[in-house]
Write a protein that binds this ligand. Sequence first.
Ligand code: ADP
Length: 277
Amino acid sequence: QVVSLALDEPPANLEITLNKVLNDEGQTIGFIKIIRDLSRENGLLQSKKDFIDIAAHQLRTPATAVNWALENLNKEGGFSPEVQELINIGLISGKNLLKIINDLLNITQIEEGRFGYDFKEINLIDFLNKLLADAELFARGYKVKVYLENAGGQVSVWGDINKLGIALSNLIDNAIKYNIANGEVIVKVEIVGQFVQVSIKDNGIGISDGDLPKIYERFFRGSNVSKAKIEGSGLGLYITKNIIERHGGKIWAESVVNRGTIFYFTLPMERSLIPSR
Ligand code: ADP
């Protein structure tokens, strides 16, 4: 019989397992130590990450330029409906492309511990109003109305405004794009103990019970969204969950297929509730 023993932190690139060998009476008659060199595996993993990082960096500059050109063209106005339609398609696809590139860069930074945070006090209501105004054009494209419901007046949270912007935009954009025509999105702010709880409710296509636990995995996309041909990369919620948890908050969702989804997340109102790492 061989019994595994726990070992202290092994040196980097080495995986060490120590096994105790027992005879039929249960007495120790020896030890087997297995040392696996993981340098090759780790090297391959690192070069894969580096490749994604470099490729995404290289793609970001031309993608930004294409978006900038299309946005300026759009501002000119006065186009025939056919040309305007082509510009709109270009704008939406350009925005999607840039989002995928930025998501890939964010993921490599998260996984390498380089996703730096700068915590400050944020007026949550002003911040949400600005994000909802930014989402206005996107919502109009999907014929969806977005509302903010806030019973509690001004609320402050501690957070990194850029990172929270990424997390909230992901949730708001999802609630819009997985909605139905003439659907609505209600963003609600409540105070629960020392935390602010934000919910984003839509009346869209929903998430099945089987898919619900998997939606925060990288590249995961629900079976119904592929059928409905709604664009996406499956990267947004992985990043969003990371950001919320780094703030000391939690994220979860409730959903009924073809009825809608509510995403909830919490954020601390006190700086002391933010984890040190
Ligand atoms: P993406 O939207 O790019 O596919 P996300 O990581 O943001 O990636 O979401 C993962 C999956 O979770 C989506 O593909 C979809 O199946 C599901 N999902 C997320 N938000 C919603 C929502 N509001 N309504 C229905 N499904 C959703």
